[in-house]
Design a protein around this ligand. Structure first.
Ligand code: MLT
Length: 258
């Protein structure tokens, strides 16, 4: 069963839906929401379990569940198709919707995300994090900071480090564990991209170590023909928060071609 996702929206015109990363919420796109509202109807939901949306409930962990919620939100808002952008976990949900509901997507933007499935080591790490967070609470997530933020942010932007630390501390342990299991089970999406016929773009922080440049290229090159990659300077995995102006510029440029 789907849940009613909490969301904010701004602007009017073509719908652009931006899906956030794990284990965060729609605030990672606050600056893009404000900046792009002049040219589109920008909608930023909280995925199930995060921000102000309901928790995971009894559904077995699966990216399908997160995707179904987003499609239900589109139905609720009367949106037949939208430009769909997702960062990391949000990218996995975008890929799922491209596979299962391609008619709902008029353009795709894949940010700091990975096209392939997890290997055994990644699955084991997810199981460890899920167990640790249920046992110790969200302080078990603190080591994630180094991966989420690029070296420039960790060195020069203490306010961003503080903000993201607060977000990690505020996550729900049960939702974190649920989402880790959902991500561990997701299939590769690399076969999906060749079937995509709508304009698509890839965005990657130049200092992203979780979904590095090679992963971005693998996604871009799996499209036929390959799609452009915007590289965001001085940003790691959370590019939309670390260098919001540059991500907004990339999205603005991508929207011009959609
Ligand atoms: C995210 O930022 O959403 C996560 O890093 C995704 C993942 O763990 O694969």
């Amino acid at each position: 069963m789907t849940v009613e996702l909490s969301f904010v929206e701004a602007g009017s015109g073509r719908p652009v839906v931006l899906l956030h990363a794990f284990p965060l919420h729609r605030e990672i796109f606050a600056e893009q929401l404000a900046a792009l509202a002049g040219r589109a109807r920008v909608i930023t939901p909280d995925l199930r379990g995060f921000g102000a949306s309901p928790g995971p409930g009894d559904e077995p962990p699966s990216i399908d569940v997160l995707a179904d919620d987003v499609v239900a939100l589109l139905d609720r808002l009367g949106i037949d198709s939208c430009i769909l952008g997702g960062l990391s976990l949000g990218g996995y949900v975008t890929m799922n919707i491209l596979r299962r509901f391609p008619e709902r997507v008029s353009g795709a933007i894949l940010m700091d995300t990975k096209g392939g499935a997890d290997d055994d080591e990644a699955r084991a790490t997810r199981a460890r994090i899920a167990a640790a967070v249920l046992e110790q609470g969200t302080r078990a997530l603190r080591p994630m900071l180094d991966g989420l933020l690029g070296e420039t942010t960790r060195r020069d932007r203490p306010e961003v480090v503080r903000r993201v630390t607060g977000w990690l501390d505020g996550a729900s342990p049960a939702s974190v564990a649920w989402a880790q299991k959902a991500m561990a089970e997701r299939p590769s999406s690399l076969d999906v991209f060749a079937e995509v016929t709508v304009p698509s773009f890839v965005v990657v922080g130049e200092q992203d170590t979780i979904s590095p440049h090679d992963e971005a290229l693998a996604i871009a090159q799996a499209f036929e023909p390959p799609v452009p990659v915007y590289v965001i300077p001085e940003a790691g995995h959370l590019s939309s928060v670390e260098n919001p102006e540059s991500v907004t510029g990339a999205l603005r440029d991508a929207l011009r071609h959609m």
